[in-house]
Write a protein that binds this ligand. Sequence first.
Ligand SMILES: *Cc1c(COP(=O)(O)O)cnc(C)c1O
Length: 403
Amino acid sequence: MQDPLPVYPVSHAGGVRIFLEDGTALIDGMSSWWSAIHGYRHPVLDAAVKAQLDKMAHVMFGGLTHEPAVELGKLLVQLTPPGLDQVFFSDSGSVSVEVAIKLALQYWIAAGQSGKNRLLTVRKGYHGDTFAAMAVCDPVTGMHHLFNEVLTRQLFVSEPQTAFGSPCAAGELDGMRATLASHHQQIAAIILEPIVQGAGRMYFYSADYLRQVRALCDEFNVLLIADEIATGFGRSGKLFACEHAGISPDILCVGKALTGGYLTLAATLCTGQVSRMISRNGGVLMHGPTFMANPLACAVAVASIKLLVNSPWQQRIAAIEAQLHSELLPCLDSAKVAAVRVLGAIGVVEMKEPVAMAPAQRFFVEHGVWIRPFGKLVYLMPPYLVSPDDLRKLTSAIHQFVQ
Ligand SMILES: *Cc1c(COP(=O)(O)O)cnc(C)c1O
């Protein structure tokens, strides 16, 4: 890079702290991109990896299976919204989105309707950096101009407008209904991030919107893919964000916090209806990553999920939410701040102008916190076991930064 941003060498991490090589301790406000929900070097997770390492680090998942994958599959089926009872493991969130898209396309091929091969999505979404995933990211912020010639052209409607907590304005989904009415014979699935539009926008939208999307999918015979890679495992205050709307998608993607931030692993779940259709007449899902269901990753994912569900996570996240609310709202007093939003363990301060990254990074490191803004967004998604004192240091750094 011609003009690189500052980069800080890390020596180690523990709890909610990241330690730099020069001895600086930073309170982590990012959970390493939504993943380290239990913080760093958690003894239970460390022990799970070490125990699995004494059995095997990896073995191919074609024709062979193993206990960590089976146990993780069962846990995911049990905890995700009802009806999702088939699991496919892959290595990263983007790949789990590729798999979700492939499932949807193969579903319609097997159903004898191969003309249903396009995707419909909302603007301002983010679904990953591989090509099929990029094609459903926001067309403006999602690199579409750069890869215009090679990206599949998908269908977009405007992003959800009504904020979380309110019912949709009348007519808000008219655009989506109209696109479905005119194109449903070419549409395999709607893909979206339930409730929280993450990397594209950091916005929390109405559960009513999501319920109406589910109803439109049923009405027009289109599958629903929910990308819960960012929201899964409690971040929004529910274990999965779909629960805010009481809906089940046909296909679900999880990643990021799946292993508590230890190893790279993602999963795509689908309903029995989807898997039965694809596998009728001997069909199989045409995907097979080399490191599918890596045992170390599955073992630590099992440990992380059990740690989460056996902890008072609802109370913890409700407490984080209340504190983020009371300590970030005063940022609105600054003339530079456009909006403050909080949902679950996510706190967002949206500035009126884009934040200059290099000075922002230095400011936060000097203030002993790890916060990495993007665009106009300065935001927090700390590990769930952050103490009130540490959370106050994070919010007060933001408060000082936005003055
Ligand atoms: C991060 C993210 C992805 C991509 O996951 P990677 O592991 O970075 O490939 C996809 N969808 C959403 C909603 C995400 O937040």
